[in-house]
Design a binder for this molecule. Structure first.
Ligand SMILES: [Ca+2]
Length: 410
C-alpha cells in the first residue's frame, strides 16, 4: 500500500469509526474559503479542485531495498502476495442526475466503502460491511451537473485494507429536453377543488376541455412533471373565469415552493409567462384574486421546457446589475460572530430575495420593505443553516432576476 493510500485509509477508517452515518451538515464545503472554488454553483463543476494527498511528500520508508545491485542474489524468491486486498476494475456506473453506482473487485473477500464529494478531499462516505470480492455501492442524493471525486476502500476480515486512487464521474443535468416543449402534457394534476370538468383536462392538449374550481379566490392547480426538469415558462389558456392576481410556484419535492412568476394584473384568454430557467418537478398556479366571482377556470396549463443556463452564468450578477456598492458577499462565516461576513446584504435595487440550498429547499425569503434585505444565514425558524453552498435569487426593482451563490462556512 502506498503512503497516500495508507493516509487515505487511515482518514477514512477514522471517519467510519467516528460516524457510521455522517450527519447531513458534514459537507466538505468548509474548505471553500481556501481556494478559488467560492463561485461553486448549482450548475457547473467546481472551478478549482484541491489536490489529492501528496504522495511525494513522505520520505522513503526505512529499510526499503535501495541497493539491490550490490547483492549477489541467488534465484529470486517469488514475492509473497501482499496481505492487503488488491483493488481493480473501479468504475462509476448507472450515473443519473441524482445517483451513481460505484463498483470494483478485490482478490479476496473484503468490505466496501466509497468516499466522495465535489473535491478530492471527499467529505461523504457510503459503506457496506459485507465481506465480498465484488463490490457495489450506491451513491444517492447527488446534485445534477456536478463533477464528483471518489475513492474506494476495502478492508478484509484480518483488518488489512487498501484504497484506490482518486477517480471522478460527472452527473448529467436533469433535463436533456429541447427548449419550448410542453412538459405538462398527460402528466398528473391536482387541484384544490373542482366544480366542473376535471384537473387532468388542463394537460390533455385540447382547448375544448377544461377544469373549474369552486367559486373562491384561494384555489390552486398543480402539475407533477414526474421528474425534475428545466423549465422557463408556462402558458395558461383561461376559460371564462381567469385569475387576476396569482403566482406560478415551482418545487423539486412538492413541499418547498419557490415563486417563479408573480402576476398582479392577469388579463385572461391566453397568457404566456416566461421566467429564468429553473429546475422543477412540480408547478402550481396559485390564485389570490379572481377576475370574476366564479373562481378559476382553465382549458390548458402548459409548462415549457428550457435549456439549463450555461455553466457559470449563475455564479454572479452581470456587471452593473446591482449598482449599489454593497454587493452581495460571497463568503459568510456566521459562527465566528466577529461581525465580519456574518450577513449577506443585498443592495437597494433588490426587491425580493429567495435563498435555496443545493437541493432547492427554500431557507429564506424576504421582500424589501424600506431597508435593504439582509440574510443572516438563518432559516425561517431562526436556526443557523449548515455549512454549504446556497443560491440567492434576487428580483430587482426593474424586473430582472439575478443569481448569487454563497459559501457558508461555520
Ligand atoms: Ca384541455
Amino acid at each position: 500500500m502506498s503512503p497516500s493510500s495508507l493516509l487515505f485509509a487511515a482518514v477514512l477508517l477514522a471517519a467510519r469509526r467516528a460516524a457510521a452515518a455522517p450527519p447531513p451538515g458534514a459537507s466538505p464545503f468548509g474548505v471553500i474559503g481556501n481556494g478559488a472554488a467560492g463561485d461553486a454553483t448549482l450548475y457547473g463543476p467546481p472551478g478549482a479542485v484541491l489536490p489529492p494527498p501528496a504522495a511525494g511528500a513522505m520520505a522513503p520508508q526505512a529499510g526499503a531495498p535501495v541497493a539491490v545491485s550490490t547483492m549477489t542474489a541467488g534465484p529470486a524468491a517469488a514475492a509473497p502476495p501482499p496481505p492487503e486486498p488488491i483493488i481493480s476494475d473501479v468504475a462509476a456506473q448507472k450515473v443519473t442526475p441524482f445517483s451513481a453506482v460505484i463498483t470494483w473487485t478485490t482478490d479476496k473477500a473484503a468490505d466496501s466503502a466509497v468516499a466522495y464529494g465535489p473535491y478530492a478531499i471527499y467529505g461523504s462516505t457510503e459503506s457496506d460491511p459485507a465481506p465480498l470480492p465484488q463490490h457495489s455501492v450506491v451513491l444517492q442524493q447527488l446534485t445534477p451537473g456536478m463533477t464528483y471525486h471518489y475513492r474506494v476502500l476495502s478492508q478484509d476480515e484480518k483488518g488489512e485494507s487498501t484504497a484506490s486512487a482518486d477517480e471522478t464521474f460527472a452527473t448529467p443535468f436533469a433535463s436533456q429536453v429541447p427548449p419550448g416543449i410542453n412538459l405538462a402534457l398527460g402528466k398528473q394534476v391536482w387541484a384544490s377543488s373542482t366544480v366542473s370538468g376535471q384537473p387532468s383536462n388542463v394537460v390533455d392538449g385540447n382547448l375544448a376541455t377544461g377544469w373549474s374550481s369552486q367559486f373562491s379566490n384561494s384555489e390552486y392547480i398543480q402539475i407533477d412533471l414526474g421528474a425534475p426538469q428545466w423549465i422557463g415558462g408556462v402558458v395558461l389558456s383561461w376559460l371564462g373565469a381567469n385569475a387576476q392576481v396569482y403566482e406560478i410556484l415551482v418545487s423539486l419535492d412538492g413541499n418547498a415552493w419557490t415563486d417563479a412568476y408573480d402576476q398582479a394584473a392577469g388579463k385572461g384568454a391566453t397568457e404566456q409567462l416566461s421566467f429564468a430557467p429553473v429546475q422543477a418537478r412540480y408547478v402550481m398556479m396559485s390564485g389570490t384574486k379572481g377576475a370574476t366571482q366564479y373562481g378559476y377556470s382553465l382549458a390548458e396549463f402548459q409548462v415549457i421546457s428550457a435549456l439549463p443556463p450555461p455553466a457559470g452564468s449563475v455564479r454572479a450578477q452581470p456587471q452593473g446589475a446591482l449598482p449599489d456598492p454593497r454587493a452581495p458577499q460571497k463568503f459568510l462565516t456566521p459562527a465566528r460572530q466577529d461581525g465580519i461576513d456574518d450577513d449577506a446584504v443585498f443592495g437597494s435595487s433588490a426587491r425580493e430575495v429567495t435563498i435555496v440550498d443545493l437541493r432547492g429547499r427554500r431557507v429564506f425569503q424576504e421582500c424589501r420593505n424600506g431597508a435593504d434585505i439582509k440574510w443572516d444565514c438563518r432559516d425561517g425558524e431562526g436556526r443557523l443553516v449548515g455549512s454549504g453552498v446556497y443560491i440567492a435569487r434576487i428580483r430587482t426593482a426593474d424586473g430582472r432576476t439575478l443569481y448569487q451563490s454563497f459559501a457558508v462556512v461555520k
